[in-house]
Design a protein around this ligand. Structure first.
Ligand SMILES: [Zn+2]
Ligand SMILES: [Zn+2]
Length: 276
């Protein structure tokens, strides 16, 4: 299955037809396909956001696109029933000061979804504002430059945010899967952030994983990072994967495809990753 994919409505995607993405998944022999478009950001988040404008305006669907998105995804679900089982959901951003808004959003649209992902794409940085973790290297250094000489500090800020995300009650439609848990390493080969997590950060990771286990949630085994020029590794990376496996946390493959050719990319690798 492919557990993490985007659609033609994604503002930072390729715009390629979602229908063709589904056809590619069928061609690859997938039996399940999760459509998990970026849920809209809370309007008030704009006041806390700093960084390239596109990092905010193109991060997600707009609220006025949500109905179109659900219609598109459900249409494909019906069209391809019998060939592939499609689930519909959102990739939801965790934003610590907008939990009530996010819970309301999920309560409103959750009944129309089956599977969603909870991700941290923004974290608090310079000026106490929120900056995008995965937008550009420029935004990354502008937002988090003060910690870059000590990579463990960057990791700690990220994993504190991820910990808060799994400690937060997002209501009955809370996403069941935690997205690309090591996204903070997207630019690791650019900023020299490729060292392993130290004992302090591993303890944070263990707290996160213990909660994921206790809550019967899953981890996104997201291969998109392997193909990013400055990441060159899968998310969540070997250190976290091993600890998650020890706990028996389900790992769900996700391509994070925003275009046709990325659907199912690296899928054959996951058997090795999961065994190793
Ligand atoms: Zn995206
Ligand atoms: Zn994501």
């Amino acid at each position: 299955m492919d557990g993490h994919t985007h659609t033609e409505l994604c503002p930072h995607g390729s715009g390629e037809a979602t229908d063709k993405m589904v056809q590619r998944a069928i061609q690859l022999g997938m039996q399940r396909y999760c459509i998990t478009e970026h849920a809209p950001l809370p309007p008030a988040f704009r006041n806390q956001y700093e960084g390239t404008l596109a990092g905010y305006t193109e991060a997600s669907l707009r609220l006025d696109q949500v109905d179109d998105y659900l219609a598109l995804a459900n249409e494909l679900k019906v069209k391809y029933a019998g060939q592939i089982e499609i689930s519909v959901g959102f990739e939801v951003d965790f934003l610590p000061d907008h939990v009530a808004w996010t819970r309301d959003f999920l309560n409103t649209y959750g009944p129309q979804t089956q599977e969603s992902i909870l991700s941290v794409h923004f974290m608090r940085g310079r000026h106490d504002h929120f900056w995008p973790v995965d937008m550009t290297t420029d935004d990354f250094s502008a937002g988090f430059g003060q910690w870059l000489s000590t990579p463990q500090q960057v990791f700690e800020h990220y994993y504190q945010t991820v910990l808060a995300s799994v400690q937060t009650d997002l209501g009955p439609y809370a996403p069941q899967r935690i997205g690309h848990m090591s996204l903070v390493r997207k630019y690791q080969d650019y900023f020299n952030l490729n060292e392993p997590l130290d004992a302090n950060n591993l303890e944070l990771v263990d707290q996160i994983l213990a909660l994921i286990k206790q809550q019967h949630r899953q981890l996104d085994l997201n291969l998109a990072g392997l193909y990013k020029p400055f990441c060159n590794d899968f998310y969540p990376g070997e250190q976290i994967l091993k600890r998650a496996q020890k706990l028996g946390i389900p790992m769900i493959y996700g391509s994070d495809a925003h275009d046709i050719v990325s659907v199912g990319r690296g899928y054959h690798l996951i058997k090795k990753l999961i065994k190793g």
